[in-house]
Design a protein around this ligand. Structure first.
Ligand SMILES: Nc1ncnc2c1ncn2[C@@H]1O[C@H](COP(=O)(O)OP(=O)(O)OP(=O)(O)O)[C@@H](O)[C@H]1O
Length: 251
């Protein structure tokens, strides 16, 4: 078990209604997990609790069975193990060029220059960014920015990678590339959790699906187990992927 949420509640300071309400969830190592749920059900909040950006109002989050600690050195260590890629890459990209952006996190870790250079070169190759190494970050396309944002986190070699809405605003070709990229990352042993509204992507890529509703886990299982429950999903304001729609199953 990599991470567990034990009866976690979270209420935003300026919003009296609790966003997470006694949520319990286990993130199992090696899974490709997708979290789905209506707008506002708490997916982003869950991710922000996972890497210690927020602290539960009640309950606890554990990393490898130890409760998270919220002092600065503990959070620094946690965030090397638990990487979070924001929905909007603009929130994450900090440097002027692609290469500088990739080296930013490694410089903060205080790694020797030679190690940084070697890891940056490798990441440029792995994420097909070599031709863009000196390109200004501001001028990248959204798909390229998303790829760079993932590379920025993966270069730190996290064991758990959380991606918030990775397919949002991508065209079908970029979504295909992203699926291949996430599959390749999973084969390196990194556990992945994505939050998404793209049910076809979930169906193609995930091996575990968590359905959230109003700050709680309503259902979880393999895509086959979860997407069989079409009526329940519709009641929760969700649909099912094309593959699970009745006319597709009969055809
Ligand atoms: N900084 C904040 N202050 C107050 N309330 C917030 C804040 N951020 C989010 N919320 C509220 O918390 C609830 C859950 O938001 P969250 O962004 O976690 O949902 P989500 O499932 O990721 O939604 P979406 O699918 O639209 O991205 C929403 O009602 C939202 O309005």
């Amino acid at each position: 078990m990599l991470m567990t949420f034990e009866q976690v509640s979270y209420t935003y300071p300026c919003n009296p209604k609790p966003t997470l309400r006694g949520l319990s969830l286990e993130i199992v190592a090696g899974r490709r997990c997708a979290v789905i749920g209506q707008n506002g059900c708490g997916k982003t909040t869950l991710f922000r609790l996972a890497n210690g950006l927020y602290r539960p109002t009640a309950g606890r989050v554990c990393w490898e069975n130890a409760p998270l600690r919220y002092d600065r050195p503990s959070l620094y260590q946690l965030r090397q193990q638990v990487g979070l890629v924001f929905q909007n890459p603009e929130e994450q990209l900090v440097a002027a060029t692609v290469e500088e952006d990739l080296s930013y996190g490694l410089c903060n870790l205080g790694l020797p220059d030679a190690d940084i250079a070697q890891r940056v070169q490798q990441a440029l190759e792995d994420f097909e960014l070599t031709d863009l190494a000196d390109f200004p970050v501001n001028y990248l396309s959204l798909g390229q920015k998303k790829r760079l944002a993932i590379a920025d986190i993966m270069i730190l070699r996290p064991r758990l990678l959380l991606l918030d809405e990775p397919t949002a605003f991508l065209d079908p070709g970029q979504i295909r590339n992203l699926r291949q990229l996430l599959t390749a990352i999973a084969t390196t042993g990194t556990t992945l959790v994505i939050a998404t509204h793209d049910l076809n992507f979930v169906c193609d890529w995930a091996d575990w699906v968590v359905v959230m509703h109003q700050g709680q886990v309503a259902m979880e299982g393999t895509p086959n187990q979860v997407f069989r429950h079409q009526q329940t999903l519709e009641r929760l304001g969700l649909g099912v992927p094309s593959l699970f729609q009745p006319n597709q199953q009969m055809g």
